[in-house]
Design a protein around this ligand. Structure first.
Ligand code: 6CS
Ligand code: FE
Length: 301
């Protein structure tokens, strides 16, 4: 069957119009966002909700994440990714399985019901991670569309997934906040270069394949600009799987640590990776353990 989103083939780069809706089921499947918020997400490809979690809730999450990073067993697992050229922890994947507290976070209705509303279905966790981006040492995440990777390397069929980035520390102009290109989710950038085998072993440290060419990126930015999603700890950034994003290295003393939950629609389960690539490990892309999530009892306000 022909692929409507080819990328990393022997052809050059290209810009392909999105063929999938942004909001599924008219945004009626759940009632987490109001009409204006749904509209804003549909237009921009992301939505920033300030102070969605309280300082106490964030402190509990920070504590949990500290335990994860101080656990030498976890630090030596494949789920723990170090910064390029050092053993400083850059990311830990599959945190929703490694921590009961973070597993509850994945089912918090303030996140889960937004995902169910936008994706118009029940959902499961495709991927979770903590990106630490420590002060002085946290390196950049170059421009990319998550969907481009998940489509090519994980066989994700359609653009029916979204990420929530929960800010564990203040994200400000100086410590490498997430930068997003408004409206970029409506264009799929077909990237140049053939994917190396076991690409994730390099890409999670520094991504060099599946990144947009400068001309295509400039065209998206000319149309939509660049927005740095800054906010206090407890803020949540919801963004579409195809929204172009990046973050710079952290030269400040202040860590920029975020937890990412990636929700995929149960109607969009992974199929075979493209171009004969071997499936990536389960801790990066859920295949066997796709558990449909039920919201925790509504959290006491
Ligand atoms: O390959 C992936 O799944 C990961 N890579 C990046 C740069 N963002 C999404 C995801 O964490
Ligand atoms: Fe990403």
């Amino acid at each position: 069957m022909n692929d409507i989103y080819p990328s990393r083939t022997d052809r050059g780069s290209a810009i392909i119009a999105r063929q999938d809706p942004v909001i599924y089921g008219d945004g009626q499947y759940a009632q987490a966002l109001d009409t204006a918020q749904v509209k804003s997400y549909e237009n921009d490809g992301f939505l920033v909700m300030k102070n969605l979690f309280s300082a106490e809730e964030v402190a509990a999450l920070v504590d949990e994440v500290k335990h994860l990073t101080n656990d030498s067993d976890i630090a030596s697992m494949p789920e723990a990714i170090s910064e390029p050229g050092s053993d400083i922890v850059r990311s830990v994947f599959r945190v929703h399985d490694l921590s009961e507290r973070i597993n509850e976070l994945a089912r918090d209705p303030r996140l889960l019901d937004v995902a169910r509303q936008i994706l118009g279905s029940e959902v499961y966790i495709h991927q979770s991670r903590v990106n630490f981006k420590p002060g002085f040492k946290g390196k950049e995440f170059y421009w990319h569309s998550d969907f481009e990777t998940w489509h090519v390397e994980d066989g994700m069929p359609a653009m029916r997934a979204l990420s929530c980035s929960i800010l564990l520390t203040d994200n400000n102009a100086c410590n490498g906040p997430l930068m997003l290109v408004p409206g970029s989710h409506t264009q799929f950038i077909s990237c140049e270069g053939e994917t190396p085998d076991e690409h994730y072993k390099a890409s999670l440290k520094k991504q060099e394949f599946g990144v947009p060419d400068p001309l295509s990126l400039s065209m998206l930015v000319d149309q939509g600009g660049i927005e740095a999603a800054t906010g206090a700890a407890g803020t949540v950034i919801f963004f579409d799987c195809n929204t172009m994003h990046a973050s710079s290295g952290n030269l400040s003393p202040w860590a920029r640590s975020n937890v990412f939950m990636v929700y995929n629609s149960v109607e969009n389960m992974l199929s075979t990776p493209k171009y004969g690539l071997a499936p990536r490990p389960e801790y990066l892309a859920t295949r066997e353990n796709a558990t449909v999530l039920t919201p925790l009892e509504a959290v006491e306000a």
